[in-house]
Design a protein around this ligand. Structure first.
Ligand code: TRP
Ligand code: SF4
Length: 325
């Protein structure tokens, strides 16, 4: 299977991304043909005033990919804006879709309301999912690992692929979403992870900084005293255990101990800390060793590979659409 996914370049990666990258690595290591990229043009739709941050984030994100085990010998790692054919295909796809169809995409309406501090009245923001469609179809990806919020965009990709194939020629497979089974991690205070709340655990913590974020974590408010029983379902520490504790006995120990007040929250967090460190330490070590130069080399090699595929698809597309100049 050919699999493709990407992340928007709007900042450094955090713990939520680390879990996504573990999924990507599995898909890579199962022998799929994997393409992973950084969507820097997509970042411009919401962060046009911060183009330098987008550049820096792009480097940091690829560093994160590499640190988490995305292997340039197995996967094609590239940057969207380096492959100009995405823009050409995006232009052509814009002919195939109505403005009202794009306006009805729930993520469009939602983000416009939620990010009211940003200017999202641009044509670029409205057509964001068309660009995403071009990202996917240009590599003829069969499957796209994404979070639930992206399902509407994959549906649009399928629709545009069908439309193109019917109107011109059978060029594109309809991509299937692979919805991640990772539960969404809350911030350390139980609210949504957000830079402005200061409740995020980043990809490049260390033992000390992780401890400083985990130990004061918010817990079930019902456990005022050590002897009060709690309910893990009301506790963000439990969300983290579900993502980082694999041993069923340990999970049972947490649930039973919490409900019966046999364990305290400090003990519970210490176990979590141990399991998180085990999983994250190799990533921290890799992350600190990878230089900007390493990252740039990987991107340049990956861009070449991606470009070959994209160029071939565009030749087929131009041919099918009688753009023979
Ligand atoms: N829209 C995706 C997000 O916000 C990022 C993205 C852009 C993407 N192009 C893509 C994801 C293509 C998968 C495939 O997370
Ligand atoms: Fe949360 Fe663990 Fe405390 Fe229960 S014991 S409230 S799961 S931190």
């Amino acid at each position: 299977m050919r699999i493709l996914s990407g992340m928007r370049a709007t900042g450094k990666l955090h713990l939520g991304h680390v879990l996504v990258l573990e999924d990507w690595k599995k898909l890579q290591d199962e022998g799929n043909e994997t393409f992973f990229f950084v969507a820097d043009w997509h970042a411009l739709t919401t962060h046009k005033e911060e183009s330098y941050i987008i550049y820096k984030s792009t480097l940091d994100i690829v560093r994160g990919y590499l640190a988490a085990g995305i292997d340039p010998n197995k996967s094609t790692i590239f940057v969207q804006s380096a492959i100009k054919e995405h823009a050409e295909l995006y232009l052509l796809f814009n002919m195939l879709i109505s403005v009202s169809r794009l306006e009805r995409i729930p993520t469009y309406k939602e983000l416009k309301e939620n990010l009211s501090n940003r200017d999202l009245s641009t044509a670029g923001f409205l057509t964001y999912p068309v660009l995403q469609t071009a990202d996917i179809l240009i590599y003829k990806a069969n499957a796209v690992p994404v979070g639930e919020d992206q399902l509407y965009h994959i549906e649009l990709s399928r629709e545009i692929a069908r439309k193109f194939n019917n109107l011109y020629k059978e060029v594109f497979p309809e991509p299937d979403p692979i919805v991640t089974r990772i539960p969404k991690l809350p911030g350390t205070d139980g609210r949504k992870m957000s830079k402005s709340y200061g409740n995020i655990i980043m990809i490049d913590e260390n033992s000390d900084s992780l401890k400083k974020k985990i130990m004061p974590m918010m817990t079930d408010p019902a456990r005022m005293r050590r002897t009060d029983p709690g309910n893990p379902e009301k506790c963000p520490v439990w969300d983290y255990h579900k993502a980082f504790t694999f041993d069923q006995n340990e999970l049972n120990w947490v649930v039973n101990g919490c409900k019966s007040a046999e364990i305290g929250c400090v003990q519970c967090k210490k176990l979590l800390l141990k399991n998180m460190e085990n999983r994250l330490k190799p990533i921290w070590e890799n992350y600190s060793k990878i230089s900007d130069e390493d990252v740039l080399n990987v991107i340049h090699e990956g861009n070449k590979k991606a470009s070959e595929v994209a160029k071939k698809t565009l030749e087929e597309v131009r041919e099918a659409m009688n753009l023979r100049w």
